[in-house]
Design a protein around this ligand. Structure first.
Ligand code: ATP
Length: 507
């Protein structure tokens, strides 16, 4: 069976060869955990941004957007708690000198037990099919019960250790579970220490007296400090939301797994301001909305699950993640947090300015509660890209590499291909190209056999290829080939726009 790293390697290499993602500053051997998006990558990323922005801002009358600066007044991060508490527990292996997040070591261990349960279930399914009752099996099978109990016990102890900041007990747990370093294979661990994830730099010249500022570790605070500016200028009434897409920076202890965990990444966040006491209702609402949005991309439901947070952040009264089945297992894709009035109140205290809403119906002032949805754009990219990249065996015994991206976000929607580079076919093809270019991202390609060109378009996820042949010159018809079914239909050129409109979003 393939090792978990292998599918990821294949994804990284495909992303690089076809111009989706390059390692940053590669000619200098790269910079760890930073990546550059290439010509097709930037298109796919922009399409994902638009897909989110349209669903959140355009489709909700009560959500508006902002684009706040990356640099913020340093007190912002004192108020938000990031200066004092934006830490991860780290642990080093003394033999390999590799550094790990202690919480991740335990979570990976738990995931391995969960995989054992899945294996038992699959074994039983094969043995007892077609009368297999999965629920009954999970509730009664001795091995499954034993593994579930192990998970519960470890989770409970881990949760207490995190909540009480008991770093010694986290280390003790790692030792008791006999977790080894994946590189050295030893259990020779250091103590667990806390590590602040914010990057700092200095603003102003030395003459003015320099000042330490931070690169924002989340976009949310730009929304909170602008709460009243937005509410008053856009005349928003509670409940309402403010959405933002932008860069965030975290000095991650370990930043492996490609664009899953980067030190510079992009977030798409929305803060929804509600009346105190109504936050848990809206929390449930946004959980349902966001999972629906993810599933609208057409990836099977089995790739998503909710995970409730074991340890609530200092600002939250409910929190969960939407996890996605990445090549390295189920991992967080989006966080949904009920952040109470923590942030606005903290900014009131530190700034001395009121950040309150006046409710004309009840004639009262209050600090709203906040429900946040926060999805990493790069993680979303990896989710969509890793699911889409497929090796397919065809009926004729050959194989093809196809990137089955959701059509709405595919970087190129239509490839225009003259069958030959002569006989007036390129001219006819360019005429069609020009008629579609305004509405759809198109690519023109006349090099190599048409079969090879189809494969190239499959590999970059282009949903439709239009082929122009000699018949096109006489009867104005072309062949349209669909990426997933590989079916080809002949149609009049004048019907192309309607056809594409019915099958594919414009970009
Ligand atoms: P994790 O537990 O994986 O470190 P988190 O819980 O700290 O993530 P949040 O603070 O909730 O993440 O951030 C919201 C979203 O931002 C995450 O769901 C993820 O999609 C994205 N994100 C966070 N950190 C990174 C990172 N280092 N690289 C890429 N995306 C990230």
């Amino acid at each position: 069976m393939a090792q978990p790293e292998e599918p990821l390697k294949h994804i990284i290499s495909h992303a690089k060869s076809y111009g989706f993602i390059f390692p940053s500053s590669e000619i200098y051997e790269g910079l760890s955990a930073t990546y550059d998006y290439g010509p097709l990558g930037v298109e796919l990323k922009n399409n994902l941004k638009n897909y989110w922005w349209q669903a959140m801002v355009r489709m909700h009358e009560n959500i508006v957007g902002i684009d706040a600066a990356i640099f913020m007044h340093p007190t912002t991060w004192k108020a938000s708690g990031h200066v004092d508490a934006f830490n991860d527990p780290l642990i080093d292996n003394k033999d390999s000198k590799k550094r790990y997040r202690a919480d991740h070591l335990v979570e990976d261990y738990l995931q391995k037990i969960a995989q054992k349960i899945d294996k038992e279930v699959e074994k039983a399914r094969t043995k007892f099919a077609p009368n297999f009752d999965e629920n009954m099996f999970r509730q009664t099978n001795a091995n499954v019960l034993k593994y579930s109990e192990q998970i519960q016990n470890i989770e409970a102890r881990f949760k207490t250790a995190l909540e009480t900041d008991n770093l010694a007990d986290i280390k003790a747990l790692i030792e008791e579970l006999e977790i080894v370093c994946p590189i050295s294979g030893t259990k020779n661990w250091t103590e667990v220490r806390q590590f602040n994830l914010m990057f700092s730099t200095e603003i102003g010249s030395l003459a003015e007296g320099s000042n330490k500022i931070y690169l924002r570790p989340e976009t949310a605070q730009g929304i909170f400090v602008n709460f009243l500016n937005v509410q008053q200028s856009a005349r928003m009434k509670i409940p309402f939301g403010i959405a933002q897409i932008g860069k965030a920076f975290r000095n991650e202890i370990i930043a492996r797994q490609f664009i899953f965990r980067m030190r510079e990444f992009e977030q798409m966040e929305m803060q929804f301001f509600v009346k105190p006491g109504e936050e848990l209702k809206w929390y449930e609402y946004w959980k349902a909305e966001r999972i629906r949005w993810h599933k609208s991309l057409g990836i099977p439901d089995t790739h998503y699950k909710f995970h409730d947070h074991l340890k609530l952040a200092h600002y939250a009264n409910a929190a969960c993640d939407i996890e996605f089945k990445f090549p390295m297992g189920f991992k967080e894709l989006e966080g949904i947090h009920s952040r109470t009035d923590f942030d606005l109140k903290a900014h009131e205290q530190h700034s001395g300015k009121k950040l309150q809403y006046f409710d004309i119906e009840t004639n009262e002032h209050y600090v709203p509660y906040v429900v946040e949805t926060s999805v990493g754009l790069d993680r979303l990219f990896l989710a969509v890209f890793s699911y889409a990249l497929q090796e397919e065996s065809l009926a004729d015994g050959s194989t093809r590499t196809v990137l089955k991206l959701p059509k709405a976000v595919a970087p190129i929607k239509v490839a225009v291909l003259p069958l030959l580079k002569k006989d007036g076919l390129p001219e006819k093809a360019r005429e069609i190209l020009r008629s579609l270019q305004m509405d759809y991202a198109c690519q023109y390609d006349e090099k190599d056999s048409v079969g090879k060109r189809y494969r190239r378009q499959d590999a970059i996820g282009t949903p439709f290829c239009i082929t122009i042949d000699h018949q096109s010159l006489t009867d104005n018809t072309v062949t349209v080939r669909e990426r997933d079914s590989m079916e080809q239909v002949r149609m009049p050129i004048e019907e192309l726009k309607n056809y594409l409109h019915a099958h594919c979003a414009r970009t």
